[in-house]
Design a protein around this ligand. Structure first.
Ligand SMILES: [Zn+2]
Length: 329
C-alpha cells in the first residue's frame, strides 16, 4: 500500500546522509519468533535515531529489548507483537514532519522506550479482573491502574540491573526525571481513564497554543501520542486492522467466560454471546479512537492518514455489522 509508506528524512539514524524511514504498516504479525521481533524492534530504534543521537549504549539497548521480550506473555493480544507494533507506530508518528523537529531528542527516546515496556507482564485480562479476584497485584497496587503500575515497576527493576541500565551514563538526576516521564506515560495508557483524558485533552488544546517549549503541552501531546500508538491497530489498512481486532476480542471474550464462571459482572465487551466483533470495533473507533487521532492530527498534520484509515474502517465495520457478518467474514 504505497500511500501508507510515506518516507521521512532521518534525523541522523543509519549513518551520515543515509535516508531511512519507518514503515507505516510492516507485517509484524508475520514475524514468528521472538528473536525476529527483537531484531525488528532494535532496527526501529536505529531508524528512529534518538537513541543514537543521545549516545545510548547500543549493545545495552539491544540486551534490554531482548530481556523485555522475555517478560511479555503469549496472550492473544497483549503480547510482544503488540509491544513491537506500538514501538513501530510511535516511531512512525514521531518522525512525521512536525514532531521530528519539535520533540526533544530525549523525549522521543523515552516515547520509544515506553512503547516497548508499556504492557510488560500483562496477564491477558484487565485491571477489573485483578480487582474483582483481589489478586496479589491488585493488593500490591491499591486496586488502581494495577497492570500499568506493575509494568512500570518491572521496568524500573530491569533498568536497575547494570546489564540493562541505559540511563547510567546520564547521571542520577536525569535518570530519575526520565523514569518519572516513563511512569506518567505508562499510567496514561490505563483505558479506564480514557474518557477523562479525552475531556481534559480536548479542553487543554482548545485553550493553549501549540507551544512545544511548554512542558505541559509536551506532556499532553506525548501522553496522547502513546495512547494513540497503543490503539493504532484500528487505523491500519482494514484487513490487518481486522486481524488485530479479532485478537483483542479473543482476549476480552476469554475474560468474559471466566467472569461468567465466577459469577462476576461481565465487562461490556467481554460477553462472547452478545458482543459482536464488527459492532464492537465500530463502536471503539467511533467513541474511543477517532477524536484522539483527530486532535493529534491538528498538531501534526502528518498523522491525517491515520484519521482517514479510521474513517474507512469505521464505515467497513458498520457495513459488516449491518450485514451481520461473523468473526472471520
Ligand atoms: Zn498496549
Amino acid at each position: 500500500m504505497a500511500q501508507n509508506r510515506a518516507r521521512v528524512q532521518p534525523v541522523v539514524a543509519g549513518g551520515k546522509g543515509r535516508s531511512v524511514s519507518i514503515e507505516r504498516n510492516p507485517s509484524i504479525l508475520g514475524m514468528r519468533t521472538k528473536s525476529e521481533l527483537v531484531d525488528y524492534v532494535d532496527s526501529l530504534f536505529a531508524q528512529e535515531g534518538s537513541a543514537q543521537q543521545l549516545g545510548v549504549d547500543a549493545a545495552k539497548l539491544r540486551a534490554l529489548i531482548e530481556r523485555v521480550s522475555r517478560h511479555y506473555k503469549q496472550n492473544p493480544y497483549h503480547n510482544f507483537h503488540h509491544a513491537a507494533d506500538t514501538v513501530n507506530t510511535i516511531g512512525w508518528m514521531i518522525t512525521r514532519p512536525v514532531l521530528r523537529v519539535k520533540l526533544p531528542v530525549y523525549r522521543r527516546f523515552l516515547l520509544m522506550l515506553t512503547a516497548l515496556i508499556h504492557d510488560i507482564e500483562h496477564p491477558g485480562h484487565n485491571n477489573q479482573w485483578e480487582v474483582q479476584t483481589q489478586s496479589p497485584l491488585a493488593k500490591k497496587y491499591d486496586n488502581e491502574a494495577v497492570l500499568e503500575k506493575h509494568s512500570y515497576k518491572v521496568t524500573v527493576e530491569i533498568l536497575a540491573d547494570p546489564a540493562y541500565d541505559l540511563f547510567l551514563p546520564f547521571g542520577k538526576k536525569k535518570a530519575q526525571a526520565w523514569l518519572r516521564i516513563i511512569e506518567q506515560l505508562v499510567l496514561a495508557t490505563d483505558f479506564a481513564l480514557h474518557q477523562q483524558f479525552m475531556d481534559e485533552f480536548r479542553a487543554y488544546l482548545a485553550n493553549h497554543s501549540h507551544d512545544f517549549s511548554d512542558p505541559d503541552f509536551l506532556g499532553w501531546i506525548e501522553r496522547a501520542l502513546l495512547k494513540a500508538a497503543d490503539i493504532a491497530n484500528t487505523s491500519k489498512p482494514f484487513p490487518e486492522a481486522m486481524v488485530w481486532g479479532r485478537r483483542v476480542m479473543m482476549e476480552f471474550w476469554s475474560q468474559g467466560v471466566l467472569e461468567k464462571k465466577h459469577n462476576f459482572p461481565v465487562g461490556p465487551l467481554n460477553d462472547p454471546e452478545t458482543v459482536k466483533l464488527n459492532a464492537a470495533q465500530a463502536g471503539f473507533i467511533r467513541f474511543a479512537a477517532m477524536e484522539l487521532f483527530e486532535l493529534l492530527s491538528e498538531v501534526e498534520p502528518g498523522l491525517e492518514e491515520m484519521v482517514e484509515n479510521l474513517r474507512t474502517n469505521l464505515e467497513l465495520y458498520e457495513e459488516k455489522a449491518r450485514r451481520g457478518d461473523g468473526l472471520f467474514e
